[in-house]
Design a protein around this ligand. Sequence first.
Ligand code: SAM
Length: 282
Amino acid sequence: MQKMGKLYVVATPIGNLTDLSQRAQDVLSQVTWIAAEDTRHSLGLLQHLGIATPLVSYHEHNERERSLALIEKLMSGEDGALISDAGTPLISDPGYHLVQKAHEAGIQVVPIPGACAAIAALSASGLASAKFLFEGFLPAKSGRRKRLAQLKDFPATVIFYEAPHRVLELLEECCDEIGRERSACLAKEITKKFETIYSSSLENILARVRQGEIPLKGEFVLMIAPPAEKPESLSEVAEQIRILQILMAELPMKQAVQLAVKLTGHPKNALYELALEIQGKK
Ligand code: SAM
């Protein structure tokens, strides 16, 4: 039986060409073909690297039909690579159909990791990073504000890509729909000469953009922090202590805590800690 080829999904630099790994260069020079979004753009990268592998065009307008032709090549034993203009393929870039069809055909898909603007931006943002939502581009016209309103209370950092001519609009929309005080970070031109990573409130970021201190040229990632957890007010804690003291005067601690949970709706662990403190002070 004919041995099938492998499909390599290769991340390319988002600005600084030295970010391309040695492994990525080896793969790009060894495969039979490279499917690229804009073959003219990628030819520049390949020429810079001295790689002569033929390029095949694969973009959002031909990806369905082109995927079938590329799958046939892979099934005939050819190894191929998928790249996009910059960064990681499939991340707000074409490639989904090809990778999906490759899996359906039983072809091995091998990721060659590298630059991704969203991950680079998040890693330098200073915003919560344990969990995040990659939202990518909002729709260009309708539905933008509605989506932002839906994301207002999302409990993790939300990452947007945006075209330079819409960054001001996006910041204004975020201020209106999410709140001017919300922490955020605008990352511009990552790995390039005019790289700027500015973390502050949405209001301050908008002001710097309006004043022209962050010129709206180049490529941008906007990240919005999750809403800050509301600290418990002193009066809420005082009320919990009062209830626990009354109950603990009549009942064993375990039962008192169980009842306090029902009465206040506060978490059992927190009330148990308070009960221990009250008992310790007796
Ligand atoms: N696949 C790419 C990736 O892995 O990041 C993203 C491609 S998407 C079509 C292009 C968008 O990514 C830009 O509009 C911008 O929002 C973001 N982007 C790409 N390169 C960037 C850079 N150097 N600095 C900031 N944002 C960048």
